[in-house]
Design a protein around this ligand. Structure first.
Ligand SMILES: Cc1cc2nc3c(=O)[nH]c(=O)nc-3n(C[C@H](O)[C@H](O)[C@H](O)COP(=O)(O)OP(=O)(O)OC[C@H]3O[C@@H](n4cnc5c(N)ncnc54)[C@H](O)[C@@H]3O)c2cc1C
Length: 315
């Protein structure tokens, strides 16, 4: 095969909703497109047990089922899909190189869509019950916990915000802080909403059968354990880190380690775009990731064809 034949118009790193939406738009715009995806089961959507807020999907589906639909649609428009982990990239030149364990892929544009599952589950039971009572996203999952007992683990502003959101669905809400956090104990909104604030406690284990049933708490002063019945555990310990290690700071990364883009998903490097949870997006949702992917592909097409404006995609 000639060099030209091996050169992709668009290499998409990551096969979640952001990457696969980008692939669908790019291939439908006749760009030679490949998706390099570490694994069909590794992204945030793949972990999700039940999705009922993606427009057009009326009956709740699992994340894996929704991903299958995204993937089938992208491939039907001509995108290649390869399961392979990207370990490095050279992105400054017009021909960009993307490195995997199996070989090097060359492309004229790259879309980074690797998501934000970089934080490793650290608590006993956290990984096992992810999507079965353990969640990282109250906006996504609060509706599943109507009138149930839930706790938020963490003490950041985000944790407090998500606690108040959960309180709209149930009055049995705990927030658990590892430190003697006076600010949390005296927070007027938490007091007004009758939220139980537990400070100086550490979660030792999340337990259950098919789904979460209880948590084991350790009081850090008395060193005594207690078991609290629990239906949902929302983790806000360190946030979810965007997966950017393989980029080695090739593009601008924020202090929070997310890829900085403008509103058309362009990074600081020509021909390099990013979409979905890996970017500094405020709302991490499938719909937002998919919309980002669409914009990134349109921006890539505009860059490749030296257009002044993005192409219209209907008709
Ligand atoms: C438990 C849970 C429940 C959720 N529930 C909902 C919900 O109900 N509704 C909703 O709208 N949103 C929900 N979300 C959020 C939603 O799943 C994410 O916002 C969305 O999946 C982000 O899409 P993405 O494509 O950016 O990233 P991801 O879905 O994380 O996909 C990233 C992809 O990149 C791949 N990848 C990572 N590193 C590499 C690499 N080095 N090389 C190649 N490929 C790589 C991964 O394998 C993965 O396929 C939930 C998230 C979680 C964790």
């Amino acid at each position: 095969m000639s060099e030209e034949e091996l050169l992709y118009d668009c290499i998409i790193i990551g096969g979640g909703p952001a990457g696969l939406s980008a692939a669908q738009y790019a291939s439908r715009l006749a760009l030679k497109t490949i998706v390099l995806d570490k694994s069909k089961t590794a992204g945030a959507l793949a972990f999700t047990n039940k999705i009922e807020n993606y427009p057009g999907i009326i009956t709740p589906v699992t994340g894996a089922e929704l991903l299958d639909i995204f993937r089938t649609q992208a491939v039907s428009f001509g995108a290649e899909y390869v399961e392979s982990q990207v370990i490095g990239a050279m992105l400054d030149n017009p021909t960009k190189e993307v490195f995997t364990m199996e070989g090097v892929y060359k492309g004229r544009s790259v879309i980074v869509a690797t998501g934000a599952m970089g934080r490793k589950p650290s608590l006993k039971g956290e990984k096992e019950y992810l999507g079965k009572g353990v969640s990282y996203c109250a906006v996504c999952d609060a509706a599943f916990y109507k009138d149930k007992t839930v706790c938020i683990v963490g003490e950041s502003d985000e944790a407090v915000k998500e606690t108040l959101l959960l309180r709209r669905f149930t009055d049995k809400v705990f927030i658990i802080a590892q430190t003697e956090n006076r600010k949390l104990l005296e927070n007027p909104q938490l007091i007004a909403q009758n939220i139980k604030v537990l400070v100086n406690k550490r979660i030792e284990e999340i337990r259950g059968g098919e789904v979460v049933e209880s948590i084991v708490l350790m009081d850090k002063t008395s060193n005594k354990q207690e078991i609290l019945p629990m239906d949902g555990v929302f983790m806000y310990l360190h946030g979810n880190a965007p997966i950017v290690d393989f980029l080695n700071f090739a593009v601008d990364i924020s202090d929070d380690k997310c890829v900085i883009t403008n509103r058309m998903m362009e990074t600081n490097l020509e021909g390099v775009f990013a979409a979905g949870d890996v970017t500094c997006v405020e709302v991490r949702q499938v719909l937002v990731a998919a919309a980002n992917g669409c914009l990134a592909a349109l921006s890539a097409e505009k860059y490749l064809h030296h257009r002044k404006r993005r192409k219209l995609v209907w008709g």
